[in-house]
Ligand binder design. Structure first.
Ligand SMILES: O=C(O)CCC(=O)C(=O)O
Ligand SMILES: [Fe+2]
Length: 180
């Protein structure tokens, strides 16, 4: 990414240096996800039900390892259509986060994604596992798009927020004003 964005080597590494030092300093987190099997459902009962609702991830990017059960779908830029993400054994999917999209003026998109319940009877009755590593910059880092991609003069209305402020903003938008 540093090469593609023609920025200084270690631009991103430096800003993620506290990844292993706890939430106070950096919100990166590893999550082991389990979606239970759909059992005893009448035909149509779980219609419209979803394993993980449509969202974009918050941070820099997410590394996602999924089992072979399927169900992950993404919306590509400029399209409303949900596209299935196939399963490639051993592959790790890299999903850009919202913070990276702000940082790079949308050069890197945060793709909306969701996990649906498969239609096939046999697959529905099996659980699904995935492992997601949500990679975030250190909380104190200022996410200034003009640090990357030159961008010309900063305008006064371009308020720059820290990674911590941006994630709090996102939590507030998602869950209401519980996070202050
Ligand atoms: O389980 C998955 O494949 C995706 C999970 C996900 O998108 C998330 O936890 O943010
Ligand atoms: Fe996600």
């Amino acid at each position: 990414m540093e090469v593609a964005l023609e920025t200084t080597p270690s631009f991103f590494i430096d800003k993620h240096s506290q990844m292993l030092e706890g939430d106070d300093l950096n919100m990166s987190t590893l999550r082991m996800l389990y979606y239970p099997a759909i059992v005893d459902d009448e035909p149509g009962q779980s219609e419209g039900a979803i394993r993980c609702g449509a969202h974009v991830d918050y941070g820099t990017f997410t590394l996602l390892a999924q089992d072979s059960e399927g169900g992950l779908e993404v919306q590509l830029p400029g399209s409303e259509k949900w596209e299935r993400v196939g399963h490639l054994p051993g592959a790790i999917l890299i999903n850009g986060g919202e913070l990276l999209s702000i940082w790079t003026k949308k050069r890197y998109h945060a793709l909306p994604h969701r996990v649906v319940i498969p239609e096939q009877e046999l697959i529905r009755t099996r659980g699904r596992h995935s492992i997601a590593y949500f990679c975030h910059p250190n909380n104190s880092i200022l996410i200034s798009p003009n640090d990357l991609l030159g961008g010309g003069e900063a305008k006064s209305e371009d308020k720059v927020y820290s990674a911590y402020e941006l994630i709090q903003k996102k939590f507030n938008d998602t869950y209401g004003q519980r996070y202050q």
